[in-house]
Write a protein that binds this ligand. Structure first.
Ligand code: 13P
Length: 317
């Protein structure tokens, strides 16, 4: 199945109480790992590029490259811009064939955020591209705005006035290696999600900062020369619960990167007498595939959904 925008994916996720995983990628090998894992799980998936990753990967040709890589696959997938900071970067990605963009104007005040987001929505929708906004802020722990949760009434006004297709809101997570303090209870604002569900039934929310930093992957990383300290992720039980709500997209950056680099570190240690890059890159790719499959099957519960989605489409048309 083809490259798609996120519209149908999120509708199906909302209706059937699961979430679509969005994985932050930097390299073609990571894209292949995500797509192969999703194909093996029969799950929709999103490849998320930050503007830095997009510049590093190959601006202009990402869509063509990924269409070639996925030509024999059947899962629907989206190419998404993560945290686009202005209209220009969103426009470039839309013109290059991204099927989904995030405009993150959450650093601006409410009115300016609406103005910038609407400009992107108007351009994107003419080209069939879906748009995620942010009404946060989803900050880092050291940001003075940390723990300022989004107001559900403002969500309603923001969505009505901008026409965004999905919205990232601040509901208890943050970016970075430590989501919670050492003695802090790990929790998400489920009341906030319920309020939004009442005010905007059927509208998809997005959870950022959702890495769990599982011990297994952290240990591989640190036992092979890495030094990641003070990590504390979002417990997977919480993500499993949130995936059943109006949260239809869950972003995973840190876990996926730690799995890749940890796999690379381990294979560099394991094969000291080898010099062929594939000896090191194949185990790194396998680590990526493993973590993606675990998330899709055990946490987001998006595995085995494509057959069902196609069947429902046939019934509806
Ligand atoms: P993590 O760093 O928790 O994986 O979050 C990624 C993210 O939200 C990207 O926008």
């Amino acid at each position: 199945m083809p490259l798609v925008n996120t519209k149908k994916m999120f509708m199906d996720a909302y209706k059937n109480h699961y979430a679509v995983g969005a994985f932050n990628v930097d390299t073609l090998l990571q894209c292949q790992a995500v797509l192969e894992a999703a194909e093996e799980c029969d799950s929709p998936v999103i490849l998320a590029f930050s503007s830095g990753s997009r510049d590093f990967f190959h601006p202009g040709n990402i869509k063509d490259i990924l269409e070639i890589v996925s030509k024999d696959m059947h899962i629907p997938f989206a190419i998404h811009l993560d945290h686009g900071k202005n209209f220009e970067i969103c426009k470039s990605c839309i013109d290059e064939g991204f099927t989904s963009v995030m405009i993150d104007a959450s650093n601006y005040d409410f009115e300016e955020n609406i103005h910038i987001t609407k400009e992107v929505v108007d351009y994107a929708h003419k080209k069939g591209v879906t748009v995620e906004g942010e009404l946060g802020p989803i900050s880092k722990r050291n940001d003075p705005r940390f723990k300022k949760y989004t107001d559900p009434e403002m969500v309603k006004e923001f969505v009505m006035r901008t026409g965004v297709d999905s919205l990232a809101v601040s509901m208890g997570t943050c970016h970075g290696l430590a989501k919670f303090g050492p003695d802090e209870k790990a929790e998400l604002q489920f009341d906030l999600i319920e309020e939004v569900e009442k005010l905007l039934p059927g509208f998809p929310l997005v959870l950022h900062g959702s890495s769990s930093i599982p011990e297994e992957y952290l240990n591989i990383f640190n036992e092979n020369g890495g030094e990641l300290k003070g990590t504390r992720g979002v417990p997977e039980e919480l993500l499993e619960k949130v995936a059943k709500t109006a949260v239809c997209k869950i972003n995973i950056g840190t876990d996926f990167r730690v799995a890749f680099v940890g796999g690379l570190r381990k294979s560099l240690n394991d094969f000291k007498d080898r010099f062929e890059p594939r000896y090191f890159l194949i185990p790194a790719k396998e680590q990526c595939k493993k973590i993606v499959k675990e998330k899709l099957s055990n946490v987001f519960k998006s595995a085995n959904k494509i057959g069902k989605m196609e069947k429902e489409e046939k019934i509806c048309h």
